[in-house]
Design a binder for this molecule. Structure first.
Ligand SMILES: Nc1nc2c(c(=O)[nH]1)N[C@H]1C(S)=C(S)[C@@H](COP(=O)(O)OP(=O)(O)OC[C@H]3O[C@@H](n4cnc5c(=O)[nH]c(N)nc54)[C@H](O)[C@@H]3O)O[C@H]1N2
Ligand SMILES: Nc1nc2c(c(=O)[nH]1)N[C@H]1C(S)=C(S)[C@@H](COP(=O)(O)OP(=O)(O)OC[C@H]3O[C@@H](n4cnc5c(=O)[nH]c(N)nc54)[C@H](O)[C@@H]3O)O[C@H]1N2
Ligand code: SF4
Ligand SMILES: [Mo]
Length: 724
C-alpha cells in the first residue's frame, strides 16, 4: 500500500479560503479536514470542502478537449482544438468585426491565481466591446463606488470584524455564504466574539436568516428599501452633529453636499417605508456612533438591487462620517502580500455603450443583463460567436432562459470549463482546465479582501493526468494565437509568451511577493515564494492597519463623498419617498437565498452535497399563503414579466410577508448537459424569473432581488420542472 502524504492547502470554493489538511495516497484523496495551524481559518471548514474530492473524482468532469458533433461530444487533440478555436474566432471577427465575438467570465476565475493572472490578457486579445462577467450580477456596485470614492475599483473597504464593537450588516448572510467581499473564515465564531466583547451585531434583511438569528437584532426590510434607512441614518448623524470623520477629516471632500442632498430623508419620512419607527432609526444611528468602533457592511442583498450603487455609497459614507473608515474596528483596507491595484485599471464608465439598449460600459464591461439581446438583435455589431470562461450565465444572469435561446443560435461558442452544464452545453468546443487540486494555489484576489493580512502558497495536491492543461496555459495559448492577426503584434506576442510560459504563475507570484508591501521593501524579513513554501500553513502578517491615505488613488489624493451619480441616485430615491409604485396585484417580491451546502450553480453534482430534502423551494410567509389559499409543500407556478417556473411552497415565518424566496443556481437536467447527479435533483432556475430590464441604473448591475412575481396553485402536476 502507498503511504499517505499530508498536504496543506486552501479551499477554493468560496471567499473564506479555509486552510485544509488533505491526506493523499497513490494519487487518491483519502480525507479532507480543517488545518488547525492555518493563521486565518484556524481549523474551520464547512461541508463543501470535502466535496473537492467529489470534483476530483467526478466521472462527469471533462478532462480533454471536446468538439460537439451531431452524435455528441467527441475528444480531439489539444492542437486541433486550439487551431479550430483560433480559426473560428478569427473568421467571425474578420467577417463581422471584433465585437461580433462576446466573452463572459464567471466567478471561479477569482479562485484560481493562474486564471486571475492570465484571463484579462486573453479578454483584451479579443479586442471586443462585448465583454461581460459575473461582476454585473454581483459586486459591481462595490467596485463602482470604490473607483468614484477612493480612486480605484479594487480599493474595497472590509469590515474589521475581529476588532469591531458594532457590526451593522445589510443584505448579507455570512452564516450561509461564509462571507463575501470579506474573507473571514469561521465567521460565526468571529461574530460571536463581537458579542462576547460586549459589542452588537445588527442584521437588516427581508428574511430572518441564520445570521439574523444569531444577531442581537434583526431589522426586517422590504427588498430594495435599504437606501431609505441608510439615508435616514446619515441624516441623523448630520442633524444631531454626530458626524466626526476622525483622522480622515482633512482628507474628505463632499460632506456638505451630501448633507444637503440627504435633507429630505428624515427618519420620519423614511419610516413610512420601513418596519422601524423614526425613534428607532434615531436610536440605531446614535448607538452606531456611540460604539467604541463600528462597521457597516453590505453585500448581495444591497448590491443586486435597483439602488445597489447608492446603497454602497451610503454605507461607505456612513463609515467615513462616523470616523470608522480606515481605523481599527471600522471598515479597513487590507495590505495584501501581492497588491493587484497596479494590475487593473482604476475604473471608468461610458467609454462605449451597448448596441441595443445603450448601456454604458463600467470598468470595461457591459451589463450581463444585455448579453442575450446583443446576440438576438440582428444588425451590424451583433454577437455571433461567444467565449465563456468558468461561468454558467444561463443559470446566473437575469432572464437566463432567453440567454439559453440566444446561445443556441450562435455561429460558434467556445467554453473553458470542466463541466458540460446549462451554458457550456451550447459550446461547439470545450477546453477543460485541470481540477482545483491538480494545480498550485495562492489567493491572489481574496487577500485583497481579507479581514486579517496573511499569505499562503500551496503546491498541487495530486498530479494532473497526462495531456491536460492548466487554465493559465489554455489562456496564454489562446491569447498568443489571437495576437497573431498582425505581424507587428505577433512578434511581441511571441516574445511575451516565451517569457510568461517560462515564468508561469509561480514565477509571476514570486515577483509579486518580492515587490509587494511585505516583500523586499519591508526589510530583510521580506517574503518571497521560497519563504511561503517553507510555511505550508501560511504566515500571519498581522491585523489590518490604517493605510488609506497611502493607498488612495484619486488624482487629488482625497476621499470623495460626492460623485456625479449621487444626486441622480438620490433624486430617484426621493421620487419613491412620495410615490411607491404598486409592484403587482399580489404584491409579492422575489429574493434569492444561499445554502451552506450549495455553491452558485456548479456544485449540485457532488453527491454528498445534494442529499436530504429538496432545497429549491419557494419560501413564503404563512399570511401570504393564507391570502392566496396555498398550503405548505403545495405545487405552484411562479410567474414574472419574463417567465414561469414550477416549484413547491415552503411556509416559514422567517420571511417577511409580501416577500418570497428561491435559491439561485438550480434548473439542471437539460438535454445535452453532463451532470448526472444534478439532473436527478434539478430544481428550477430563479433566473428564469428575474428580469433583464431591471438594472441599477447607476452602474448597470442586475437587480435580481426584489422582482415582482405572482404565485398560483398548480394542480396535479410534477414539480421541479420549468413551466414553459
Ligand atoms: N438570482 C440570482 N442570480 C445570481 C445570484 C443571486 O444571488 N441571485 N448570485 C450571483 C453571483 S454572486 C455570482 S458570483 C454568479 C455566479 O455566476 P457564474 O460565475 O456564471 O456561475 P457559477 O455557477 O459560479 O459557474 C462557474 C462555472 O465555472 C466552472 N469552473 C469551476 N472551477 C473552474 C476552474 O477552475 N476553471 C474553469 N475554467 N472553470 C471552472 C464550473 O464548472 C461552472 O461551470 O451568479 C449570480 N447570479
Ligand atoms: N454556501 C454558499 N456560499 C456562497 C455562495 C453560494 O452560492 N453558496 N456563493 C458565493 C458568492 S459568489 C457570493 S457573491 C457570496 C454572497 O454572499 P452573501 O451576500 O452573504 O449571500 P446571500 O446569502 O445571497 O445573502 C444576501 C442576503 O440579502 C438578503 N436580501 C435580498 N434582497 C435584499 C434587500 O433588498 N435588502 C436587504 N437588506 N437584504 C436583501 C437575502 O435575504 C440574503 O439573506 O456568497 C458566496 N458563498
Ligand atoms: S467555508 Fe467551506 S467552501 Fe468556503 S472556503 Fe471554507 S471550507 Fe471551503
Ligand atoms: Mo458572487
Amino acid at each position: 500500500m502507498t503511504p499517505a502524504n499530508t498536504h496543506y492547502r486552501a479551499c477554493t470554493l468560496c471567499e473564506a479560503i479555509c486552510g485544509l489538511e488533505i491526506q493523499v495516497a497513490g494519487g487518491k484523496i483519502l480525507s479532507i479536514r480543517g488545518d488547525k495551524r492555518d493563521p486565518l481559518s484556524r481549523g474551520h471548514i464547512c461541508p463543501k470542502a470535502v466535496a473537492l474530492k467529489d470534483i476530483q473524482d467526478d466521472p462527469d468532469r471533462v478532462r480533454y478537449p471536446m468538439r460537439r458533433t451531431a452524435s455528441g461530444l467527441v475528444r480531439i487533440p489539444w492542437d486541433e482544438a486550439f487551431d479550430e478555436a483560433e480559426a473560428r474566432l478569427r473568421a467571425t471577427q474578420k467577417a463581422w468585426g471584433d465585437s461580433a465575438v462576446g466573452v463572459y467570465l464567471g466567478n471561479p476565475n477569482v479562485h484560481s491565481y493562474g486564471s486571475t493572472m492570465f484571463v484579462l490578457d486573453c479578454v483584451h486579445a479579443l479586442r471586443t466591446r462585448n465583454r461581460f462577467s459575473a461582476t454585473s450580477v454581483d459586486q459591481l456596485p462595490h467596485m463602482f463606488c470604490a473607483w468614484k470614492m477612493f480612486g480605484h475599483q479594487l480599493l474595497l473597504p472590509v469590515p474589521d470584524v475581529d476588532r469591531t464593537h458594532f457590526l451593522l450588516i445589510f443584505g448579507a448572510n455570512p452564516l450561509a455564504s461564509n462571507g463575501s467581499m470579506m474573507t473571514a473564515p469561521d465567521i460565526k465564531k468571529r461574530l460571536e466574539q463581537i458579542q462576547a466583547r460586549g459589542g452588537r451585531v445588527v442584521v437588516v434583511d427581508p428574511r430572518r436568516t441564520e445570521t439574523a438569528a444569531l444577531a442581537d437584532r434583526h431589522i426586517a426590510i422590504r427588498p430594495g428599501h435599504d437606501a431609505f434607512l441608510l439615508a435616514a441614518l446619515l441624516h441623523v448623524f448630520f442633524e444631531e452633529k454626530l458626524a466626526k470623520p476622525g483622522h480622515l477629516a482633512s482628507s474628505i471632500d463632499g460632506i456638505g453636499q451630501l448633507e444637503a442632498l440627504l435633507q429630505p430623508f428624515s427618519p420620519e419620512r423614511a419610516a413610512e417605508h420601513l418596519t422601524l419607527t423614526a425613534a428607532e432609526i434615531r436610536e440605531l444611528a446614535r448607538s452606531f456612533c456611540a460604539a467604541p468602533s463600528a462597521a457597516c457592511y453590505g453585500r448581495l442583498g444591497v448590491s443586486a438591487q435597483e439602488h445597489g450603487a447608492l446603497c454602497h455609497w451610503l454605507i461607505n459614507a456612513l463609515n467615513a462620517i462616523t470616523g470608522n473608515l480606515d481605523r481599527p474596528g471600522g471598515a479597513m483596507f487590507p495590505t495584501p502580500a501581492v497588491d493587484l491595484l497596479g494590475r487593473m485599471s482604476r475604473g471608468h464608465q461610458g467609454r462605449w455603450h451597448s448596441r441595443v439598449r445603450g448601456s454604458p460600459e463600467v470598468g470595461g464591461e457591459l451589463p450581463s443583463a444585455v448579453m442575450a439581446e446583443e446576440m438576438l438583435t440582428a444588425g451590424p455589431g451583433q454577437i455571433r460567436a461567444f467565449v465563456t470562461i468558468a461561468g454558467n450565465p444561463v443559470l446566473s444572469t437575469p432572464n437566463g432562459a432567453e440567454l439559453d435561446r440566444a446561445l443556441a443560435g450562435l455561429d460558434f461558442m467556445l467554453s473553458i470549463d470542466f463541466y458540460v452544464n446549462e451554458t457550456t452545453r451550447h459550446a461547439h468546443l470545450i477546453l477543460p482546465p485541470t481540477a482545483p487540486l491538480e494545480h498550485d494555489h495562492y489567493d491572489l484576489a481574496l487577500y485583497m479582501l481579507a479581514v486579517r493580512n496573511t499569505a499562503r502558497y500551496s503546491p498541487p495536491v495530486v498530479a494532473p493526468p497526462a495531456d491536460t492543461r492548466h487554465d493559465w496555459q489554455i489562456l496564454l495559448e489562446l491569447t498568443t494565437r489571437l495576437e497573431r492577426r498582425s505581424t507587428s503584434t505577433w512578434a511581441r506576442a511571441r516574445l511575451r509568451e516565451a517569457v510568461l510560459r517560462h515564468l508561469g504563475p509561480r514565477g509571476l507570484l514570486d515577483l509579486g511577493l518580492r515587490l509587494g508591501p511585505h516583500g523586499l521593501r519591508s526589510g530583510k524579513t521580506g517574503i518571497s515564494l521560497r519563504h511561503l513554501e517553507r510555511h505550508p500553513h501560511g504566515i500571519d502578517l498581522g491585523p489590518l492597519t490604517s493605510n488609506l491615505l497611502r493607498r488612495l488613488r484619486t488624482p487629488d489624493k482625497r476621499v470623495h463623498l460626492m460623485a456625479d451619480f449621487v444626486p441622480r441616485a438620490l433624486s430617484r430615491l426621493h421620487a419613491r419617498l412620495d410615490a411607491e409604485p404598486v409592484a403587482n396585484p399580489q404584491g409579492l417580491m422575489l429574493i434569492g437565498r444561499r445554502h451552506l451546502r450549495s455553491n452558485n450553480s456548479w456544485m449540485h453534482n457532488a453527491p454528498r452535497l445534494v442529499t436530504g430534502s429538496n432545497r429549491c423551494t419557494l419560501m413564503m410567509h404563512p399570511s401570504d399563503a393564507k391570502r392566496l389559499d396555498l398550503r405548505d409543500q403545495q405545487a405552484v407556478i411562479v410567474s414574472s414579466r419574463v417567465g414561469e417556473v414550477r416549484t413547491i411552497v415552503e411556509l416559514t415565518e422567517t420571511l417577511m410577508p409580501g416577500v418570497v424566496s428561491l435559491p439561485h443556481g438550480w434548473g439542471h437536467g437539460q438535454a445535452g448537459t453532463r451532470l448526472q447527479v444534478a439532473a436527478k435533483n434539478p430544481g428550477v432556475s430563479i433566473n428564469d424569473l428575474t428580469d433583464d430590464r431591471r438594472l441599477d441604473e447607476d452602474c448597470g448591475n442586475a437587480a435580481v432581488n426584489g422582482v415582482a412575481v405572482s404565485v398560483r396553485a398548480l394542480a396535479d402536476q410534477p414539480v421541479g420542472t420549468q413551466a414553459s
